[in-house]
Design a binder for this molecule. Structure first.
Ligand SMILES: NC(=O)c1ccc[n+]([C@@H]2O[C@H](COP(=O)([O-])OP(=O)(O)OC[C@H]3O[C@@H](n4cnc5c(N)ncnc54)[C@H](O)[C@@H]3O)[C@@H](O)[C@H]2O)c1
Ligand SMILES: O=C(O)C(=O)C[C@]1(C(=O)O)C=C[C@@H](O)C=C1
Length: 365
């Protein structure tokens, strides 16, 4: 395990890596060109500021957690300063930053490009979490020149952060993430963009569906334009295929016949099939949790009492979402739990006066 690491770029990803490595007992030195981001990361306990002077001894690994366009220059600068024995980055696109690093004359023997497939629509150190990478894939794209020690250091970082290292060629990585990350990001933005002209009635009827589809549309556009333009051709391929499906669905719906509806159903069925192919967080099937819905009045302490009741019923809550009813002092809390615990939790909550419908997906249903 790298005992001493440098993190350049203390935003969401850099600070999350720093926090994870601090939990593993590593010494972490932090740098960011934005002083406020650096200060906040230090205050959050992610590490100490990297001294401006030369290090007495290079760190084991330097992690460059800066936007894709800044990776190559940051690598060159870090190598000139002899910050570490090995270097890795976290940028969402790999082939272009690697080519830029080669063009700038960086030492590729000590560099292994990386990309953790975990993140958030939020930016900056304030959104960082030590557990961000647990069970997530972490792509490693070694160059032909990368030394085995550098590959081992980057692998160890991914593993210490709780992720699963996946070695993959850079061009293949970029095509793959166009399909599973970059393309979906643009589709989410396109759906969310329709809402800019929505009236209050439509917005007031927003449920969880539109929230799920548009969560990532809240991301930082400056970061994402950098990602998309560095992976433009593979992303364009994905978007053209999606656009074809959408155009066909629209024209079939305009047609309005039963036969046309059957063709639209085909897209929905392909959607089911595609969705079911996404592996769960730990590489296996997605966990099938049951959902216990609780209608809750919007008043202080309500959530705490529900969580306490779950504790008394010995039920572990795997996930929580709250759906607010616009204009009403009520919300619906959805608790994801193991299927065989759902009825037990529902009974406990009903006994304490909450209104709880029969759980969906419980062992008895
Ligand atoms: N956001 C995600 O979900 C996600 C997930 C995986 C990987 N990534 C990749 O991680 C990298 C960082 O993204 P983020 O979400 O943490 O962004 P962020 O905006 O939260 O943080 C980036 C930080 O880098 C700093 N920075 C920019 N240029 C710099 C430079 N030249 N020298 C020093 N610091 C510099 C910024 O001041 C900022 O604090 C990007 O390459 C992104 O593609 C992002
Ligand atoms: O979960 C999210 O918010 C993300 O968008 C994370 C996500 C992804 O698409 O999965 C986004 C970009 C990254 O390069 C890696 C992860």
């Amino acid at each position: 395990m790298p005992q001493r690491i440098v993190v350049v770029g203390t935003g969401l990803i850099g600070t999350s890596i720093a926090l994870a490595m601090r939990e593993r007992g590593a010494e972490v030195l932090l740098a960011d060109r934005d002083e406020a981001a650096l200060r906040l990361a230090v205050e959050l306990g992610a590490g100490e500021p990297l001294p401006g002077t030369a290090l007495d001894e290079p760190a084991d690994l330097a992690v460059l957690a800066v936007p894709p366009a800044a990776v190559a220059v940051t690598l060159l600068d870090a190598q000139k300063r002899r910050l570490a024995a090995a270097y890795t980055d976290v940028a969402s696109v790999k082939a272009l930053p690697m080519a830029q690093a080669a063009d700038l004359g960086c030492d590729l023997t000590t560099f292994v490009a990386g990309h953790p497939l975990a993140g958030s629509e939020r930016s900056g150190p304030g959104a960082a979490r030590a557990d961000l990478f647990l069970g997530r894939p972490w792509a490693l794209c070694a160059a032909p020149q990368s030394a085995p020690e550098a590959v081992a250091a980057a692998r160890a970082l991914a593993k210490e952060c709780g992720a699963m290292p996946v070695e993959v060629d850079a061009a293949e990585h970029d095509r793959a993430v166009a399909l599973v990350s970059h393309g979906p990001h643009v589709v989410s933005a396109a759906v969310a963009a329709r809402l800019t002209g929505a009236d209050d009635v439509a917005l007031g009827l927003s449920g969880q569906g539109v929230r799920d589809v548009t969560r990532i549309a809240a991301s930082d556009p400056r970061l994402w334009i950098g990602i998309l333009s560095a992976n433009s051709q593979p992303v364009a391929d994905v978007l053209e295929a999606v656009a074809t499906d959408l155009a066909v669905a629209a024209s079939l719906l305009r047609d309005g016949s039963e036969e046309a509806a059957a063709h639209v159903a085909d897209l929905l069925l392909r959607g089911n099939a595609g969705r079911s192919r996404i592996p769960g967080k730990h590489g296996g099937d997605q966990p099938a949790y049951a959902t216990v819905q609780v209608v809750i009045p919007d008043r202080p302490g309500e959530l705490a009492m529900i969580f306490q009741a779950a504790g008394i019923a010995q039920v572990n809550i795997e996930d929580v979402t709250i759906e607010h009813s616009p204009g009403r002092p009520l919300g619906v809390l959805e608790l994801a739990v193991e299927p065989d615990a759902a009825e037990r939790l529902a009974d406990e909550l009903r006994a304490r006066g909450w209104s709880v419908p029969s759980p969906a997906g419980s062992a008895g249903t």
